[in-house]
Design a protein. Sequence first.
Length: 758
Amino acid sequence: MIYRFGDFRLDPAARELRRADAAVAAPRRVFDLLVYLVEQRDRAVGRDELVSAVWGRVDVADVQVSQLIARARRVLGDDAQAQTAIRTVPGFGYRWAMAVTVDEAPPPDVVTPSNAAPSIDAPPSKRRIALGLALIAALVAALLFATRDGERREAPRAAAAASIAVLPVDVDGPADASWVPLGVMDLVAARLRDAGLAVPPSDSVMAALHAARTRDATRPVADVRAILGTARLVRGSARKAANGWIVALETDDDDGQRHRVEAERTDVIDAASRAADLLLAALGRTDASPREGGDALDEIAQRIQAATLAGRYDAAGEILESAPPDVRANPRLRLQAAQLDYYRGRVDAARQQVDALLATELDAPLRARALTSRGLLHVRAGECAEAERAFDAALAAWPKTEPTALAGRGLARTCLEKHAAAADDLGLARVRLEAAGDRLGVARADNYLGILDANRNRLDAARARFDAARETFEAFGVIDAQRAALSALIDTDVHLLRWNDALRDAERLAALRPKITDAAQRQILDSDRARAYIGVGRWRDAAMLLAPTPGEVTSGAAQRYLDAVRADLAWREGRRDDARDAARRALADWPDRASDDRRAAAVLVLARASPDSPVPVPPAESGDDVPAGLPLLRIAAAERAAASGDVAAASHAFVQAQAAADAAAVPSVLVATTASHAQWLIGQGRVEEAASLAGRIAPWTADDFDGALLRVALFRARGEHEAWRASLDAARRLAGERAIPPALLEAPLPGNVRNVMK
């Protein structure tokens, strides 16, 4: 939608505010505030709802809200006296006051099943490791350190679990107690969880609460319960009294009976701990083990956790740095420091912190947590064997460790192609997460299971898992995980030649980009979107996404993937030198894994763009067995042999490539391989053999530009004028910005070969 009011034009998708024909500079939060108020223009918006929507957290001072409203009014030429655009609703919040007209922006180009072409960027092999490695960084971030933002959707219900969620507590206390609402929430949740209750993680509760308030501020509690799929909620309050703190908690038991407990202690942590114990007793959990009294360490750790849950990483760092040296040296806080380094993008520092911590004496639970963190950092770096060993050690150190270690080991084993073991780990982790009432954790496990299915070439099953996970991530507003799921969906749809779906998910990715702060993740996002645009012939859009940027990451998986897509586009556009250079950059430090199909695609581009340069293509194998290795590498070997004039070697290599593609049984592999093989056969005058091959990919030639071009070439070679004309018209409808080779535009000479393509 594009909104018009007065002489202003507000375009949320483009993040653009214009007055008349001039762009108006609007800071990010000012722009977000304007969009939210305009979208909710038919009602007043509560102060807390607005804070949640704009800041993504709940602990924002009133003065900050007032300052933002004042800045927004100034941008619009409004002020607190006139209130012509933003009206204050005393005692409640704000409301949009100007008349608004809405223009519907033209929808993104919809690609019909006969309106797209595949990218050669990454046809899958029999083992789809590339997908797992492409998603690992974002999935690890989503598992350990989720970025959250509200969305207006509800997650699909998981199987019912008798879970109980703890909400942030209401606080009546001094200004320096701003950490208490989330700190007490997390402490109580941990205490109930330790007693054996199924309690969703606090970050899941915060994400659900934000999403619920964004959706409908009048009934957030009901929506939180629906999003989390939990039966009961714990509400609480913390009040500063003359002699300390009073913490009150209340919830319903399984029979619907309301229970309320109170505890008073000098320290708020002690009061919260005592209140949690009383609540457990009221719920009949008399077997809960006693907890030692709180101290400075507990309070600092809870404050750090509270700031972390609210996304205030700098504040968490300040709390950590201000702690006494002896407290800061505690292993518990050292692990929190490593996590904060990760939040701030200091991955190497986080790794050093974890390794240093593991070199000391730790109790079993903390050692397991640290080993799990080490495993996840290994996974993020693509060090799959090291990751598996770290997760093994975590599970051995503390068998009761949370399912994070199991899920992480399943992902590592997927990377190592230990598929059966990976399925066991991920299946068990999912069951445990569901039993714990962790709906967000279940979605993460489903995402990992989708990677496993994709690596096994079970693409339809993988797509169903990715899509289910995406819906849950959207409901919780977990931005990084949404990006990862959408990237996986695009990758899967490219290989299934489902261009409508790929284009739709590319547009969804575009909407997420302003919320992604990690430069490497933005590069992965851009390369995935570009793949979809290349496939439908929107080359200008793809080129804009692939253009170098000042902040571009220059190493690592994200850069490799970006350069591989640049090489693909350059080759398709006929820019041979650019294709060669981009492919060389992509392959310079790309680990040589036997089943990495993205790397194989870059090898093929380099082999085509630089026929004289050495490239790692496999030699033809003797015998009739289906050869090992990726079909695209086999195509590279066959095309090299053909270019050298060795017809016998080329013929044998093409046959082996075709056998490998048939074994993979994936549409994009079959089309890419068959197109190359059949075109060579036509050039050799073996038209009937080419016709036989083309028949194998007939189900996709109506959808795919490369397949459509093969039909044009085949009918022209056969001299079938009417069939040639019809296939040429079909190819033109698919072309988009792609050019049809001039030779195929020349009418065929009359032929006398029987038409076998009808």
